[in-house]
Design a protein around this ligand. Structure first.
Ligand SMILES: Cc1ncc(COP(=O)(O)O)c(C=O)c1O
Length: 320
């Protein structure tokens, strides 16, 4: 199998040569920030917004990369171009930029570490892990682990240290191995977000999503807010409780890979009628129109193909 090309600190190298020091603070402490966009028809979606959020995350953790946002955008486009030959026409990529504070020399303080590491790489989208959920809807579980409060580390920065999310995910999967994600509450008891997605509820025909100061301001969340405007669906931010979710007509989660996925059950209780709702469908349809890709159909086709390949090779793919 051909190697993917990875950008690592000024060089484009095959993935097996993209290695960093064991003393890198990203590895030692999760001292890093990152961002991820996806492609549609092999072209990155909202790349400028993702790179701008990356630079905000870096500013928040006091890392000066020494490259401009335009440089990072250009490197990202180069990485996609160099890997395009490995994609089928109907496939698309995740493309990620990761910056760590870099190598820790003995006795150095955090601010003295200036040999920052920048990696830009692609991964094929894992359609098989979520394609079936467009029709079935996702199950979420609320774990006891709360989302890190803004007083400790701002949830608005997209940081490499994901242990808060990982512990939430482990707990949720232990409670319901078939659940898609943990839905985390904040320390006040209001709904914040999942380990890797934002949440919207539909209540009395209006969309409501948790306030931006308690969540990562997802680029997909922004896209839904824009699409809701063009669809003339009222949309606002608010403090949401589990009560609001249990009473909601519909709910959905948003993230870069799948864009919009219906949520049909939370903590074993059906949301609305327990099936994907019409407002969720209209937002997803508007997004498909915006990109010229039928998002659910593309995922379903690719998941079917991946399933056939894994059956033929005797390996079961994906985590359902
Ligand atoms: C904690 C968290 N919330 C929300 C999101 C969704 O953000 P986006 O729509 O920019 O992918 C992510 C994405 O990884 C995330 O990690």
């Amino acid at each position: 199998m051909s190697a993917f090309i990875v950008y690592l600190n000024g060089k484009y190298v095959p993935d097996y040569e993209a290695v960093i020091s064991v003393f890198d603070r990203g590895y030692l402490f999760g001292d890093s920030a990152y961002d991820t966009t996806r492609t549609f028809k092999h072209t990155p979606f909202k790349l400028e917004s993702h790179v701008s959020r990356l630079f905000n995350s870096l500013k928040y953790i006091s890392i000066e990369l020494g490259l401009s946002q335009e440089d990072v955008m250009q490197i990202t486009l180069d990485v996609i171009r160099r890997n395009r030959r490995l994609l089928n026409t109907d496939e698309d990529y995740w493309v990620t930029q990761r910056v760590s504070r870099g190598r820790q020399r003995p006795g150095q303080s955090s601010l003295d570490c200036r040999e920052h590491t920048l990696i830009v790489y692609i991964e094929p989208l894992p359609f098989i892990s979520y394609a079936h959920l467009y029709a079935q809807g996702a199950r979420l579980i609320t774990p006891s682990v709360r989302r890190t409060p803004p007083e400790c580390i701002s949830p608005r920065a997209k940081l490499g240290n994901k242990l808060n999310h990982i512990l939430a995910q482990i707990e949720a999967k232990r409670i319901d191995p078939g659940c898609f994600m943990p839905l985390m509450l904040d320390t006040r008891g209001f709904i914040s977000e999942t380990d890797a997605a934002n949440l919207f509820v539909v209540s009395h025909g209006r969309l409501v999503t948790p306030h931006r100061h308690t969540v990562l301001e997802g680029i997909s969340r922004d896209t839904v807010i824009e699409l809701a405007g063009s669809l003339e669906i009222p949309c606002s931010e608010g403090d949401l409780t589990l009560y609001d979710l249990y009473m909601a007509e519909e709910a959905f989660i948003t993230a870069t890979s799948y864009c919009v996925l219906p949520v049909t059950s939370v903590n074993g209780r059906l949301v609305g009628a327990g099936v994907p709702g019409p407002i969720t469908a209209s937002v997803l349809q508007a997004w498909s129109k915006l990109t010229g890709v039928d998002i659910a159909a593309q995922a379903t086709r690719n998941a079917k193909e991946a399933d056939t390949v894994s059956r033929n090779s005797g390996i079961r793919g994906g985590s359902r």
